[in-house]
Design a protein around this ligand. Sequence first.
Ligand code: PLP
Length: 392
Amino acid sequence: TKVFADRIGRIEVSATMAITAAALKLKSEGVDLADFGAGEPHFATPRHIKDAAIEAIEKNFTRYTNVAGIPEVRKAIVDRHACDFGSNYAPDECVFTTGGKLALFNVIQVLVDHGDEVILPVPYWVSFKDIIQYAGGKVVYVESDERENFRVTAKMIEAAITPRTKAIVLNSPSNPSGAVVSPEDLEAIVRLAHKNNIFVLLDECYVYLNFTGNIVSGGSFTDCKEHVVVLGSLSKTYAMTGWRAGYALGPKPIIAAMSKLQSQSTSNTASMVQRASIAAVSGSQECVAEFRADYIKLRDQILAGFQTIPGLTCTVPQGAFYVYPNVKNFIGKGGIKSASDLAAKLLDEAHVVVVPGEAFGTTEHIRLSYAVSGDVVDEGVRRMREYFAKLG
Ligand code: PLP
């Protein structure tokens, strides 16, 4: 007899797991790694956010709350979003979720049926693909051009729309490439979706780590809001990855359906995390500006380092905290057969942790997270330069 349901067979464990496990093993053996693997800020959560959680616990704010989040946190989130992006969501057009990933998971479960097509630009964050497949949806990949900085345009998206298209998933700034969808392209894509009666699911988890200074949200185009769902996260913006704080903003019926799903699964996000999140989004945003300035410095530092490695080329990321260099010049040398192979060898032989591009739908790249100290950047680049030089 069959043990597992079909749906669990449609997904894989995160492609980063193998390399993470190998890296952890080396670390436990005392090996000093230059670790560019983890997609999370190296900063501590700011003091005022931690204090709000501690105070909530001390005041016994430790019980069940409204499934979709207390009214105060939903209001704080929509107010922040309105202030920063000119959106006009009401608190009941917001659901607070256990991390941005759950917001994404729930919106896909709520919207996507078997056989529905979901358009996904490549390179993509790996969870998009698996979550769509888990729901039974068909992923329609749209290649972006590396020579155009992995730019996603309305024209590319339009060419992929069919009568079966249900939604378009966008992530700007992008994990893994750091590419940003321009305000003009984003507006055109949102209007295209509106016209075709399909949804734009916009993952804005790095929206505050956009380095271009020219920033809009999917929610900024208020006349199209019935076809937009914004997926947000406090993880990267406020260095809160472990807290599990995210949200979705969208049309009331979709938010209500997501809350219904949540009522039969996770229920509310931890009560003290909701209080901490109010402090994060309502308090001073100076920490966000400081983090962003630091990431820009680290990006420039790692790109300057790459310039000293012959054969390695890299697009200039406009946001997030990843670089996605092209390694095709090294594939075929020293017995390296693929980007995965290269990542494994970089770990074993150079003690540098990177994630192979296969995890993001491309075969010639590796991803490095530069949310690390400047010293780690320098040391990692030095090790890579030495390793690649040996390959000849
Ligand atoms: N979306 C993207 C593109 C991400 O890179 C991540 C985390 O790596 C998430 C969403 C999920 O973040 P969280 O669930 O921590 O809010």
